[in-house]
Design a protein around this ligand. Structure first.
Ligand SMILES: Nc1ncnc2c1ncn2[C@@H]1O[C@H](COP(=O)(O)OP(=O)(O)O)[C@@H](O)[C@H]1O
Ligand SMILES: CC(=O)N[C@@H](CCC(=O)OP(=O)(O)O)C(=O)O
Length: 295
């Protein structure tokens, strides 16, 4: 990269001003996917971006995944694992590993990185402060014509209700919450929940200004692999119907559509493999990745 002149540096900084003004005091929910968390330098930069957001007056709320990290631990233990419709089949033993890896290793690593970058982060699972009330999720049987043909995938949950009381206390103290996607049922049962679902519901409950999903693709791509920079709900439905959007992108878009129809201003799917992707999305005119807005 060629060195920037003083004028260019000043231009970059002033470009950020309207975004700092617009998002001051606003909540931004960031889903940090396990696939976007692979390289050390990317994780460090992510943590710095979150701290910068907080210091200029935004209220970042981080929800992390950790699918690949859970998979690696299960493999080391010699435990096999499978997914049905993007959900990990979760028996009692797998649930224990999921809770250890997400609530322990992954959560504390992100908390530590944010604190090292000068922020003050606190790690939570959905059990802390009754944050995520969950119920058992049954998954549609893709092999069946009937929408009522549902499969039991074990201790997999969906979000019944978010209790934001604890998050409000943390916000008042300028503490950045880092949330692992584990929920608890009314009977105390622990549930493994897809991190996109948790992040989307949190964005809705907190009336977030932005919901940002960081993954390992440039954004939503068309059939020829070109990035689609802006999508409306109608266009998303068309792309699902013609098979352009499939697999892991389906739950992401379902969460984004739900979020923008339930009060979240905009949802974004961005490339976590790009250095400072978060900063570029929030503070620059171009943004990055795919923006999903209401109709
Ligand atoms: N139209 C599309 N554009 C981009 N990715 C897509 C599309 N349709 C399906 N995908 C798939 O969705 C994946 C992202 O989902 P997933 O792997 O579940 O991400 P994460 O682990 O970050 O939650 C991409 O790697 C890609 O394989
Ligand atoms: C039910 C279910 O599948 N839960 C996920 C939770 C982690 C997750 O969602 O992580 P990523 O965002 O990195 O994919 C799992 O066990 O892998």
């Amino acid at each position: 990269m060629t060195p920037k002149t003083a004028h260019q540096k000043a231009a970059i900084l002033t470009e950020a001003l309207p975004y700092i003004q617009r998002f001051h005091g606003k909540t931004i929910v960031i889903k940090y996917g396990g696939n976007a968390m692979t390289e050390e330098h990317l994780k460090t930069r992510f943590a710095r971006d979150v701290v910068l957001m907080k210091l200029v007056g935004m209220n970042p709320v981080v929800v992390h995944g950790g699918g690949p990290q859970i998979g690696a631990t299960l493999a080391r233990m010699g435990v096999s694992t499978e997914f049905v419709q993007g959900m990990r089949v979760t028996d009692q033993e797998t649930m224990q590993v999921v809770e250890m890896v997400l609530g322990g290793l992954v959560n504390k690593e992100i908390v530590n990185l944010i604190n090292q970058a000068g922020g003050c982060a606190v790690g939570l699972t959905g059990k802390d402060g009754g944050l995520i009330q969950a119920r058992k999720l049954l998954v549609r049987n893709a092999a069946s014509e009937s929408p009522d043909d549902l499969l039991d995938v074990g201790l997999v949950g969906e979000v019944e209700r978010v209790n934001p009381a604890l998050l409000q206390i943390l916000e008042r103290q300028d503490i950045i919450p880092v949330i692992a996607p584990i929920g608890v049922g009314p009977d105390g049962q622990t549930y493994n929940i897809n991190a996109d679902l948790v992040a989307g519901k949190l964005a809705e409950t907190l009336h977030a200004e932005k919901f940002i999903l960081m993954t390992n693709v440039a954004g939503v791509l068309d059939k020829s692999g070109e990035l689609l920079t802006g999508l409306t709900p109608g266009r998303v439905q068309d792309l699902i119907a013609d098979g352009t959007i499939y697999g892991g992108m389906l739950p992401k878009l379902a969460c984004c559509l739900s979020a923008v129809s339930n009060g979240v201003k905009t949802a974004h799917i961005i490339d976590g493999r790009v250095e400072h992707a978060l900063l570029l999305e929030i503070f620059t005119d171009e943004g990055v990745g795919t923006l999903i807005s209401g109709e």
